[in-house]
Design a protein around this ligand. Structure first.
Ligand code: AP5
Length: 193
């Protein structure tokens, strides 16, 4: 089973590219952002707690997110997985490795999308006009999310680079151009297995 992480700052195109990649490679899409928004819409205790952090552009506590991913891994034992928006801290990365090891599995490649800050803000403000996402509503919240990414999440790439898993991909250009680059990198890594 081939598992991959699609990594990058808010607005870098993780969700957009994930939809295309899961179709092409038959992977299960695990987006912690989508899972949390689902909990919020159902008004579960987890969702109510998570909303307090998401609304101000901060990360949800590790234990909440790790517990959620652990249940998802149990539910999808026999499928290759695409992680989108997870792991976002070193603690989450270490927890994911342990969970995968337990399943006799591992991460095949860590694809990191790079997009300029100016472009990220432009994309998210634009999406905020129609998405209804509370964290896209203004530039202050978007900048808070990017700041969380710089402080807490970027280190996750350092964690995976020690295992030689990281590939940096230019996230600007058309959706199709970015997709083609991602596919080339995935194909290379898949055939190395
Ligand atoms: P999450 O849902 O993961 O959001 P995010 O990382 O902020 O990412 P986005 O969904 O905003 O952007 P994206 O990179 O997926 O880009 P997209 O394809 O949508 O997390 C939300 C919140 O949940 C977090 O802030 C945190 O509070 C919490 N959370 C989630 N996971 C967590 C975790 N593991 N730990 C703790 N907390 C967690 O594209 C964006 C826009 O750009 C779209 O409009 C799209 O159409 C457009 N676009 C995409 N590609 C291109 C392109 N090539 N050219 C032009 N436009 C493009």
């Amino acid at each position: 089973m081939f598992n991959l992480i699609l990594f990058g700052p808010p607005g870098s195109g993780k969700g957009t590219q994930s939809e295309k990649l899961i179709r092409k490679y038959g992977l299960k899409h695990l987006s912690t952002g989508d899972l949390l928004r689902d909990e919020i819409s159902k008004k579960t205790i987890l969702g109510i707690e998570a909303k307090k952090f998401i609304d101000i552009g901060q990360l949800v506590p590790d234990e909440v997110v790790i517990g959620m991913i652990s249940s998802e891994l149990d539910a999808h034992r026999d499928t290759g997985l695409l992680f989108d928006g997870f792991p976002r801290t070193q603690a989450q990365a270490e927890a994911l490795d342990k969970l995968l090891k337990f399943k006799n599995s591992e991460i095949g490649v860590f694809l990191s999308l790079e997009v300029s800050e100016e472009e990220l803000i432009k994309r998210l403000l634009n999406r905020g006009l129609t998405s209804g996402r509370t964290d896209d509503t203004n530039e202050e919240k978007i900048r808070a999310r990017i700041n969380e990414y710089r402080i807490k999440t970027e280190v996750v790439a350092d964690y995976y680079s020690q295992f030689d898993k990281v590939v940096i991909v230019k996230g600007e250009g058309t959706v199709e151009e970015v997709f083609n680059t991602l596919c080339k990198e995935i194909d290379t890594r898949m055939h190395q297995k």
